[in-house]
Design a protein around this ligand. Structure first.
Ligand code: FDA
Length: 395
């Protein structure tokens, strides 16, 4: 005889645990299954072990989704303030960092323990190292063949996340369930991910590995971010690159303002007045790391000579070079290091109010498995909390 549950949640990550806790609060009997040996593995490693769990400023434009309005309902039904209130209720110390990002002061474990405490209800059961072999629709809901047993449920919640970081248990399971039930998929690709460079550029910039500078980076669609850019031995990284990677498609260029806080033409003109005999390289080395200047001057075919020998046209061209440095990435580091997966279950297939599949009654998708990806800065967890919460009110 199959065990019967009101709700089965597949995936004990951020969204799945939130959903289970909420469904449990409504008195539903809930089974959470996960093929991993413990819950919330991505939460534990997130934010450098401190989990950037939300952001003070959350709006629909912080998300990449084919339907930009889809996220609005869930984000307003369960806001960042609701989650912050839960964190406060559990007496978890947190701190604000740049751009309104909120992190645990001690450890991301606090967030997982909080979710587990919320799930500590008599009607919620969790099973780990549990594989789902088969799902079938029944008249009353769904029947599932697990490696340990068969179960039946009225509502089925898919919370298995995206493809990033396979080492942490990421699988395409959620997409396969969507396809089984005939739901459309938006093609997936790695997001919030470092860029790799073509061989020649990679070799030229490899010696800059470790250099970080503030920069504004613009994608071809006009999206811009201002944060730190980091040169690595594989290519370009740092928060500004991770952010823009979600707006980049292969073959496109990105434009980098390497000196976003000044007008280089004006600065050089002033420097020329004060130190006319100072070389260009030495002048620019006051503004950016010397090694970077040397590589850029060489690659830009710029002659290093005293400032007084530059005419206004040359200065303007140089300013344009540093403010609009163009680079065409070779690709990205892919799912191995990506923080999120762009694309997923098409949100047109889901109710934005409940996360239920429009065509399959009782089937819900929450979190990253769907075509919703947030910016760096706590937005992805906020989506997990908000979508998990609303599904938990209905499943
Ligand atoms: P999540 O991936 O959390 O959970 C999915 C669960 O499903 C996992 O427990 C997995 O084991 C399980 N599962 C998968 N396949 C299964 C199968 N076939 N059978 C059974 N179970 C299965 N975001 C943010 O807002 N702030 C941050 O600080 C960070 N930091 C960060 C760092 C790193 C290194 C990464 C990779 C990602 C982040 N993120 C982040 C993104 C964030 O972690 C991510 O968006 C959420 O965890 C998504 O939550 P979900 O619950 O949807 O999936």
């Amino acid at each position: 005889m199959a065990d019967k549950f009101g709700v089965v949640v597949i995936g004990a990550g951020a969204a799945g645990l939130m959903c289970a806790a909420e469904a449990g609060k409504r008195g539903r009997s809930v089974l959470v299954v996960d093929h991993g040996k413990k819950p919330g593995r991505k939460v534990l490693i997130s934010g450098g072990g401190r989990c950037n769990f939300t952001n003070y400023d959350v709006a629909a434009n912080n998300y990449v989704c084919r339907n930009p309005h889809f996220v609005k309902s869930a984000l307003s039904q369960y806001t960042q303030w609701d989650f912050i209130a839960m964190v406060a209720k559990h007496e978890i110390a947190y701190e604000e960092r740049d751009h309104g990002q909120l992190f645990c002061e001690d450890s991301a474990k606090d967030i997982v323990n909080m979710l587990l405490a919320e799930c500590d209800q008599p009607t919620i059961e969790q099973r780990y190292r549990c594989d789902v072999h088969d799902i079938a629709k029944t008249e009353a809901g769904f029947s599932l063949k697990l490696n340990t047993a068969s179960v039946e449920c009225e509502s089925l919640v898919i919370a298995t996340g995206g493809l990033s970081m396979p080492k942490l248990g990421a699988t395409p399971f959620g997409y396969q369930v969507a396809e089984q039930f005939g739901l459309n998929m938006v093609p997936t690709t790695a997001g919030l991910v470092p860029f790799t460079l073509h061989k020649e550029e990679k070799e030229a910039f490899a010696e800059l590995s470790g250099i970080a500078i503030p920069a504004v980076v613009e994608a071809e669609d006009g999206t811009t971010f201002k944060e730190n850019l980091l040169f690595t031995h594989r290519g370009l990284s740092g928060p500004v690159i991770l952010q823009i990677s979600s707006y980049w498609t292969p073959g496109q260029k990105v434009t980098v303002d390497l000196l976003p806080d000044l007008e280089l033409a004006d600065t050089l003109a002033t420097m020329r007045e004060k130190h006319p005999n100072q070389s260009l390289k030495n002048s620019l080395s006051r503004l950016l790391p010397k090694r970077l200047i040397e590589v850029l001057i060489e690659r830009g075919d710029i002659q290093d000579k005293p400032l007084k020998q530059f005419n206004p046209k040359e200065i303007a061209a140089m300013a344009a070079y540093f403010h609009q440095w163009q680079i065409a990435p070779n690709g990205t580091e892919g799912y191995r290091t990506a923080e999120v997966t762009l694309g997923g279950v098409d949100t047109d297939e889901l109710s934005s109010k409940t996360m239920e599949a429009k065509q399959v009654s009782g089937l819900y998708f929450v979190g990253e498995v769907m075509d919703v990806s947030g910016w760096l800065g706590g937005y992805n967890f906020q989506w997990a909390w908000s979508s998990g919460f609303v599904a938990g009110q209905h499943a």
